[in-house]
Design a protein around this ligand. Structure first.
Ligand code: FES
Ligand code: FES
Length: 155
């Protein structure tokens, strides 16, 4: 099995048809997506599949037909800086998934309310419960990107 990940090819000759994308990524040394619940309920394994944020533990690797982007290949330096500035992580286990989901949400649009951000991030659980700081970081990044938009896009 071959999957394009963060601009490289991950090959997994041992992959089984029933393997999840998360299993193939982690066997291939892509450890930014974390293995936690394994059933699509926590978001620790979130990656982009094309432009879409997905929980890679419930995606069949055999069906992947688009580039996969993990937190390691995402870029989004402004969002990372905002997470650091707002101390939006404690143990850091959920952070790669939070950042990938947040970047997908911001790419969909930077004209949202705080409540809409909270709703959009609801599938990503933080067992350290630092939700306020996570949303603060995303909102700060959204406001920064909004301010950088060309004036004609702001209406
Ligand atoms: S490990 Fe995939 S959603 Fe929890
Ligand atoms: S920072 Fe520890 S799980 Fe979120």
């Amino acid at each position: 099995m071959r999957i394009r990940v963060d601009g490289d090819i991950v090959e997994d000759p041992l992959a089984d048809q029933g393997d999840s994308l998360l299993a193939v990524l982690r066997r291939g040394g892509r450890t930014a997506p974390k293995a936690a619940c394994g059933q699509g309920e926590c978001g620790a394994c979130t990656v982009l599949l094309g432009d879409r944020a997905v929980m890679s533990c419930v995606v069949l690797a055999a069906g992947v037909d688009a580039e996969v982007t993990t937190a390691a290949g995402l870029g989004a330096d402004d969002l990372r800086e905002a997470f650091a500035d707002h101390v939006a992580f404690q143990c850091g286990f959920c952070t790669p998934g939070q950042i990938v989901r947040a970047e997908a949400v911001l790419r969909e649009g930077v004209h949202r309310t705080r409540e809409e951000i909270v709703r959009a991030m609801a599938g990503n659980v933080c067992r350290c419960t630092g939700y306020v700081q996570i949303v603060d970081a995303i909102v700060a990044t959204m406001e920064k990107r909004r301010a950088e938009e060309p004036e004609c896009d702001r209406r």
